[in-house]
Design a protein around this ligand. Structure first.
Ligand code: SF4
Ligand code: SF4
Length: 254
Protein backbone atom coordinates (compact mmCIF):
# COMPACT_ATOMS: atom_id res chain seq x y z
CA UNK A 1 0.00 0.00 0.00
CA UNK A 2 2.81 2.40 0.92
CA UNK A 3 4.47 1.58 -2.40
CA UNK A 4 1.25 2.36 -4.27
CA UNK A 5 0.88 5.70 -2.49
CA UNK A 6 4.52 6.53 -3.21
CA UNK A 7 4.03 5.66 -6.88
CA UNK A 8 0.92 7.85 -7.07
CA UNK A 9 2.73 10.78 -5.45
CA UNK A 10 5.59 10.34 -7.90
CA UNK A 11 3.22 10.22 -10.85
CA UNK A 12 1.48 13.41 -9.77
CA UNK A 13 -1.58 14.87 -11.50
CA UNK A 14 -2.12 13.30 -14.91
CA UNK A 15 -5.40 14.82 -16.13
CA UNK A 16 -4.99 17.32 -18.96
CA UNK A 17 -5.93 20.94 -18.30
CA UNK A 18 -8.19 21.18 -21.36
CA UNK A 19 -10.33 23.24 -21.82
CA UNK A 20 -8.61 25.74 -19.49
CA UNK A 21 -5.43 25.34 -21.53
CA UNK A 22 -5.03 24.33 -25.19
CA UNK A 23 -4.35 20.60 -25.64
CA UNK A 24 -0.98 19.20 -26.64
CA UNK A 25 -1.53 17.38 -29.91
CA UNK A 26 0.82 15.02 -31.75
CA UNK A 27 2.81 16.41 -34.68
CA UNK A 28 0.91 14.23 -37.11
CA UNK A 29 -2.51 15.42 -35.88
CA UNK A 30 -4.81 16.19 -38.81
CA UNK A 31 -7.44 18.76 -38.05
CA UNK A 32 -9.65 21.01 -40.13
CA UNK A 33 -8.48 21.50 -43.75
CA UNK A 34 -7.66 24.93 -45.09
CA UNK A 35 -8.22 25.54 -48.80
CA UNK A 36 -6.22 28.26 -50.54
CA UNK A 37 -8.43 29.28 -53.46
CA UNK A 38 -5.70 31.40 -55.04
CA UNK A 39 -3.47 28.34 -55.45
CA UNK A 40 -6.21 26.07 -56.85
CA UNK A 41 -6.38 25.56 -60.61
CA UNK A 42 -10.10 25.21 -61.21
CA UNK A 43 -10.11 22.48 -63.86
CA UNK A 44 -7.52 20.31 -62.10
CA UNK A 45 -9.75 17.94 -60.06
CA UNK A 46 -6.80 15.85 -58.84
CA UNK A 47 -7.89 16.11 -55.22
CA UNK A 48 -11.38 14.86 -56.06
CA UNK A 49 -9.99 12.00 -58.14
CA UNK A 50 -7.91 10.55 -55.28
CA UNK A 51 -10.46 11.00 -52.49
CA UNK A 52 -11.66 7.53 -51.42
CA UNK A 53 -14.99 8.76 -50.02
CA UNK A 54 -16.07 11.49 -52.47
CA UNK A 55 -15.51 14.11 -49.78
CA UNK A 56 -14.30 16.73 -52.26
CA UNK A 57 -17.41 18.36 -53.66
CA UNK A 58 -18.03 21.37 -55.84
CA UNK A 59 -21.42 22.96 -55.34
CA UNK A 60 -21.34 26.69 -56.00
CA UNK A 61 -17.95 27.02 -57.64
CA UNK A 62 -15.34 24.98 -59.41
CA UNK A 63 -13.07 25.28 -56.38
CA UNK A 64 -12.90 22.33 -54.00
CA UNK A 65 -14.96 22.03 -50.86
CA UNK A 66 -14.28 19.30 -48.30
CA UNK A 67 -17.18 17.56 -46.59
CA UNK A 68 -15.81 16.82 -43.12
CA UNK A 69 -18.76 14.53 -42.55
CA UNK A 70 -17.34 12.10 -45.10
CA UNK A 71 -13.63 12.88 -44.79
CA UNK A 72 -11.26 10.22 -43.44
CA UNK A 73 -8.47 12.79 -42.88
CA UNK A 74 -6.14 10.57 -44.92
CA UNK A 75 -4.62 13.73 -46.54
CA UNK A 76 -4.43 12.01 -49.95
CA UNK A 77 -6.04 15.13 -51.48
CA UNK A 78 -3.37 17.41 -49.99
CA UNK A 79 -0.60 15.13 -51.28
CA UNK A 80 -2.19 14.95 -54.75
CA UNK A 81 -2.49 18.72 -55.14
CA UNK A 82 0.46 19.99 -57.21
CA UNK A 83 -0.04 23.55 -55.91
CA UNK A 84 -0.31 22.87 -52.18
CA UNK A 85 -3.83 24.34 -52.17
CA UNK A 86 -5.18 22.01 -49.45
CA UNK A 87 -3.52 21.67 -46.08
CA UNK A 88 -4.69 19.94 -42.93
CA UNK A 89 -4.24 22.14 -39.88
CA UNK A 90 -4.10 21.37 -36.19
CA UNK A 91 -7.56 22.87 -35.56
CA UNK A 92 -9.23 20.13 -33.52
CA UNK A 93 -12.52 21.98 -33.03
CA UNK A 94 -14.58 20.72 -35.96
CA UNK A 95 -17.96 19.66 -34.57
CA UNK A 96 -21.25 21.10 -35.71
CA UNK A 97 -24.96 21.02 -34.92
CA UNK A 98 -25.86 21.14 -38.60
CA UNK A 99 -24.76 18.59 -41.20
CA UNK A 100 -24.40 21.34 -43.84
CA UNK A 101 -21.89 23.21 -41.67
CA UNK A 102 -19.41 20.36 -42.03
CA UNK A 103 -18.73 21.42 -45.62
CA UNK A 104 -15.53 23.50 -45.62
CA UNK A 105 -14.58 25.80 -48.49
CA UNK A 106 -11.95 28.46 -49.09
CA UNK A 107 -14.07 31.08 -47.31
CA UNK A 108 -14.80 29.02 -44.23
CA UNK A 109 -13.54 30.75 -41.15
CA UNK A 110 -11.76 28.63 -38.60
CA UNK A 111 -13.71 27.96 -35.47
CA UNK A 112 -16.39 25.78 -33.95
CA UNK A 113 -19.94 25.69 -35.28
CA UNK A 114 -21.59 24.24 -32.21
CA UNK A 115 -24.44 26.02 -30.48
CA UNK A 116 -25.25 24.96 -26.95
CA UNK A 117 -28.41 22.99 -26.22
CA UNK A 118 -31.63 24.95 -25.75
CA UNK A 119 -32.21 26.50 -22.31
CA UNK A 120 -34.39 23.74 -20.83
CA UNK A 121 -32.10 20.92 -22.08
CA UNK A 122 -29.09 22.83 -20.80
CA UNK A 123 -30.73 23.16 -17.39
CA UNK A 124 -31.24 19.39 -17.32
CA UNK A 125 -27.99 18.19 -18.90
CA UNK A 126 -25.52 21.07 -18.49
CA UNK A 127 -23.87 19.64 -15.36
CA UNK A 128 -24.97 16.00 -15.56
CA UNK A 129 -25.20 14.17 -18.87
CA UNK A 130 -25.44 10.39 -19.02
CA UNK A 131 -24.82 8.84 -22.42
CA UNK A 132 -25.41 5.35 -23.77
CA UNK A 133 -22.81 4.51 -26.41
CA UNK A 134 -24.19 2.56 -29.37
CA UNK A 135 -21.84 1.03 -31.91
CA UNK A 136 -24.00 0.70 -34.99
CA UNK A 137 -21.44 -1.27 -36.97
CA UNK A 138 -18.27 0.73 -36.36
CA UNK A 139 -14.73 -0.62 -36.79
CA UNK A 140 -13.86 0.09 -33.12
CA UNK A 141 -11.76 3.15 -33.98
CA UNK A 142 -14.40 5.69 -32.93
CA UNK A 143 -15.43 3.47 -30.03
CA UNK A 144 -11.82 3.37 -28.73
CA UNK A 145 -11.35 7.12 -28.97
CA UNK A 146 -14.64 7.58 -27.12
CA UNK A 147 -13.77 5.05 -24.41
CA UNK A 148 -10.46 6.76 -23.72
CA UNK A 149 -12.35 9.87 -22.56
CA UNK A 150 -13.15 8.05 -19.31
CA UNK A 151 -9.46 7.52 -18.45
CA UNK A 152 -7.64 9.81 -16.02
CA UNK A 153 -5.98 11.63 -18.95
CA UNK A 154 -9.26 13.15 -20.14
CA UNK A 155 -11.48 12.44 -17.10
CA UNK A 156 -14.82 13.10 -18.77
CA UNK A 157 -16.52 12.57 -15.40
CA UNK A 158 -15.14 15.88 -14.04
CA UNK A 159 -17.61 17.62 -16.39
CA UNK A 160 -20.52 15.52 -15.16
CA UNK A 161 -20.56 13.44 -18.35
CA UNK A 162 -20.60 9.68 -17.97
CA UNK A 163 -21.37 6.59 -20.02
CA UNK A 164 -24.04 4.32 -18.60
CA UNK A 165 -24.93 0.71 -19.36
CA UNK A 166 -28.69 1.05 -19.60
CA UNK A 167 -30.50 3.39 -22.00
CA UNK A 168 -33.12 3.78 -19.25
CA UNK A 169 -30.49 5.67 -17.22
CA UNK A 170 -29.29 7.75 -20.17
CA UNK A 171 -30.05 11.28 -21.34
CA UNK A 172 -29.02 10.50 -24.87
CA UNK A 173 -27.09 8.31 -27.28
CA UNK A 174 -23.55 8.65 -28.58
CA UNK A 175 -23.59 6.68 -31.83
CA UNK A 176 -20.65 5.35 -33.84
CA UNK A 177 -20.65 3.30 -37.02
CA UNK A 178 -22.57 3.62 -40.29
CA UNK A 179 -25.79 2.00 -38.98
CA UNK A 180 -25.77 -1.38 -40.65
CA UNK A 181 -29.20 -2.82 -41.42
CA UNK A 182 -28.73 -5.53 -38.79
CA UNK A 183 -28.12 -2.82 -36.15
CA UNK A 184 -31.02 -0.53 -37.17
CA UNK A 185 -33.73 -2.13 -35.03
CA UNK A 186 -31.42 -2.38 -32.00
CA UNK A 187 -30.53 1.30 -32.40
CA UNK A 188 -34.19 2.33 -32.67
CA UNK A 189 -35.17 0.25 -29.64
CA UNK A 190 -32.32 1.74 -27.62
CA UNK A 191 -33.44 5.24 -28.66
CA UNK A 192 -37.06 4.54 -27.72
CA UNK A 193 -35.93 3.32 -24.29
CA UNK A 194 -34.14 6.57 -23.42
CA UNK A 195 -36.56 8.85 -21.54
CA UNK A 196 -37.35 12.23 -23.13
CA UNK A 197 -35.96 14.81 -23.50
CA UNK A 198 -32.96 13.12 -25.11
CA UNK A 199 -30.09 13.96 -27.41
CA UNK A 200 -28.11 12.23 -30.16
CA UNK A 201 -24.39 12.67 -30.83
CA UNK A 202 -23.01 11.18 -34.08
CA UNK A 203 -19.28 10.44 -33.77
CA UNK A 204 -17.08 9.73 -36.79
CA UNK A 205 -17.44 9.73 -40.56
CA UNK A 206 -19.40 6.48 -40.48
CA UNK A 207 -22.08 7.75 -38.09
CA UNK A 208 -22.34 11.03 -40.02
CA UNK A 209 -22.39 9.77 -43.60
CA UNK A 210 -21.52 6.07 -43.80
CA UNK A 211 -17.83 7.00 -44.17
CA UNK A 212 -15.89 4.40 -46.14
CA UNK A 213 -19.00 2.18 -46.20
CA UNK A 214 -21.38 4.76 -47.69
CA UNK A 215 -23.92 3.49 -50.24
CA UNK A 216 -23.31 -0.14 -49.38
CA UNK A 217 -26.69 -1.92 -49.66
CA UNK A 218 -26.47 -3.09 -46.02
CA UNK A 219 -25.61 0.36 -44.65
CA UNK A 220 -27.85 3.35 -43.85
CA UNK A 221 -25.21 6.03 -44.45
CA UNK A 222 -25.16 7.18 -40.87
CA UNK A 223 -27.64 8.25 -38.23
CA UNK A 224 -29.29 11.34 -39.78
CA UNK A 225 -32.03 9.57 -41.73
CA UNK A 226 -32.99 7.48 -38.70
CA UNK A 227 -32.72 9.77 -35.68
CA UNK A 228 -32.53 13.55 -35.07
CA UNK A 229 -28.87 14.46 -34.52
CA UNK A 230 -27.91 17.26 -32.09
CA UNK A 231 -24.15 17.11 -32.61
CA UNK A 232 -21.92 15.86 -35.43
CA UNK A 233 -18.28 15.12 -34.55
CA UNK A 234 -16.17 14.45 -37.69
CA UNK A 235 -13.08 12.29 -37.98
CA UNK A 236 -12.03 8.75 -38.74
CA UNK A 237 -11.80 8.34 -35.87
CA UNK A 238 -12.11 11.77 -34.27
CA UNK A 239 -9.32 12.54 -31.80
CA UNK A 240 -10.62 12.33 -28.19
CA UNK A 241 -9.99 16.07 -27.87
CA UNK A 242 -12.28 16.72 -30.85
CA UNK A 243 -15.00 14.60 -29.21
CA UNK A 244 -14.52 16.29 -25.83
CA UNK A 245 -14.50 19.74 -27.41
CA UNK A 246 -17.79 19.06 -29.23
CA UNK A 247 -19.55 17.69 -26.13
CA UNK A 248 -18.36 20.57 -23.94
CA UNK A 249 -19.53 23.13 -26.49
CA UNK A 250 -22.94 21.45 -26.68
CA UNK A 251 -23.15 21.76 -22.89
CA UNK A 252 -21.97 25.39 -23.00
CA UNK A 253 -18.90 24.47 -20.94
CA UNK A 254 -16.54 26.12 -23.43
S1 SF4 B 1 -8.34 13.81 -46.50
FE1 SF4 B 1 -10.58 13.65 -46.72
S2 SF4 B 1 -11.05 14.91 -48.54
FE2 SF4 B 1 -8.85 14.46 -48.60
S3 SF4 B 1 -8.64 12.59 -49.87
FE3 SF4 B 1 -8.77 11.93 -47.70
S4 SF4 B 1 -10.95 11.53 -47.36
FE4 SF4 B 1 -10.81 12.76 -49.22
S1 SF4 C 1 -15.45 6.63 -38.82
FE1 SF4 C 1 -13.53 5.52 -39.24
S2 SF4 C 1 -12.78 4.96 -37.19
FE2 SF4 C 1 -14.97 5.50 -36.95
S3 SF4 C 1 -16.08 3.57 -37.18
FE3 SF4 C 1 -15.95 4.47 -39.24
S4 SF4 C 1 -14.12 3.57 -40.21
FE4 SF4 C 1 -13.99 3.23 -37.99
Amino acid sequence: MIDILRARLKQGHRTISFPNQPPTLPDRFRGCPVIDEAKCVSDCQRCAEVCPTGSIIQVHSTKPQVDLGRCLFCTDCAEACPNDAIRYHSDYSMSSNQRIDLVVNANTEAGPLVSALKKESLRLFGHSLKLRQVSAGGCNGCESDTNVLSTITFDLGRFGVQFVASPRHADGLLITGPVKENKRVALLKTWETVPAPKIVIAVGACAISGGPFQNHPEVHNGVSDILPVDLYIPGCPPHPITILDGILRLLSRI
